[in-house]
Design a protein around this ligand. Structure first.
Ligand SMILES: *Cc1c(COP(=O)(O)O)cnc(C)c1O
Length: 346
């Protein structure tokens, strides 16, 4: 493990961050003539808090994490891009991703002109632990793990991730977009021993706020300082900060919905396992289930005709003929099940 300061790009380390006019002020009774805002009071005439302090306090409390370890993004997609820009020098460095997996890592790598080394998951949809470091060189800056995995739904053992982080001279990003649907502990628990582990979570899935765009990054405080230099100062609007806070303060409602989705997941998987013409790839620990069937294109069209949209995940060689189906409401799932059974009878 290298010192974090030696992983970060030199120009970012030296960068003087854009300083917001009002970083030290929290809405008191003064004349705010520093930011060229419109003085006529409305709900949104002022710029939002660039460090989202109130929202971070609530997130920190919920997750048991110090505020100094948090960076919030306009969705975790923005954080993926920020991480790559903070540590990878374009046209020199590279990142490692796994397939099948979430495709944004690769897209962000390409946008930033950073080489993407894509490794196949094994038959159990796990990273090849014994061969992973064959693909690592001195310019490898980030390894992305996604657990629970999208689109498979299985989890990666934290112990393995820990071993990689201890041996690796770059950043290990653990994308936990679906963590609330599993009992697996968060990789945040690795951060004491491994300062190079960065955890991504989001309010888009279990918290039901995909339209708001709030992503959460938990990282070492030193890395947070560098990330904040790269972060656009006002990346999360005040309306979003306000609404997110309201929702986070109603944890009971969140827990109820997550439990309902987990119950439905169990029911849907049981029904699907009884259909001999399709394969349920694994007991998903996320809010979707991945199935495989030879006639997947036909099945996709048939579902669309029945007003059901699912996601085709045909990603050979490891994952061919896949469809990823999100767990919906009880009614939506009933509709899906009915339609699937009918397809089997055709
Ligand atoms: C949905 C998803 C995200 C995106 O989250 P946003 O916060 O909505 O940008 C990130 N990672 C994975 C694996 C996802 O499935």
């Amino acid at each position: 493990m290298k010192a974090l300061g030696d992983i970060v790009r030199e120009n970012i380390k030296e960068l003087q961050a854009y300083s917001c006019a009002r970083a030290e002020f929290e809405g008191t009774d003064v004349a705010l003539l520093d930011a060229n805002e419109n003085p006529f009071a409305s709900e949104y005439n002022r710029y939002p808090d660039p460090f989202q302090r109130e929202l971070k306090r609530e997130i920190g409390r919920l997750k048991g994490v110090e505020v100094s370890r948090l960076v919030l993004g306009n969705g975790s997609d923005e954080l993926i891009d920020m991480l790559i820009r903070t540590v990878c020098t374009p046209r020199r460095d590279n990142i490692i991703v796994f397939s099948p997996g979430y495709s944004m890592y690769e897209v962000c790598g390409q946008v930033n002109d950073v080489e993407v080394r894509c490794l196949e998951l094994d038959e159990e949809f796990q990273p090849g632990w014994n061969t992973l470091f064959d693909s690592v060189d001195q310019f490898t800056k980030i390894i992305f793990f996604c657990t629970p995995n999208n689109p498979v739904g299985n989890v990666v053992p934290l112990e393995r991730i820990r071993e990689v982080a201890l041996r690796f001279d770059g950043i290990v990003v653990v994308d936990e977009a679906y963590i609330d649907f599993t009992d697996m502990p968060s990789a945040v628990t690795l951060q004491k021993a491994c300062r190079n582990v960065v955890v991504l979570q989001t309010l888009s899935k279990a918290w039901g706020l995909a339209g708001l765009r709030v992503g959460i990054c938990v990282a070492d405080p030193e890395l947070v300082i560098y990330l904040n230099k790269v972060k656009p100062p006002y990346n999360i609007g005040s309306l979003t900060q306000r609404r997110a806070l309201d929702v986070l303060r109603n944890e009971a409602d969140f827990l109820k919905k997550v439990e309902a989705i987990k119950r439905e997941r169990k029911r849907v998987i049981e029904v699907l396992r009884d259909l001999p013409w399709l394969e349920v790839v694994c007991d998903s620990e996320a809010n979707f289930v991945l199935i495989r069937c030879e006639r997947f294109r036909e099945l996709y069209d048939y579902l669309v005709e029945g007003d059901i949209v699912v996601r085709v995940r045909h990603i050979p060689p490891r994952l061919s003929c896949g469809l990823r189906i999100t767990i919906g409401t009880r009614e939506e799932n009933d509709l899906l099940i009915k339609r699937l059974k009918k397809f089997g009878d055709l």
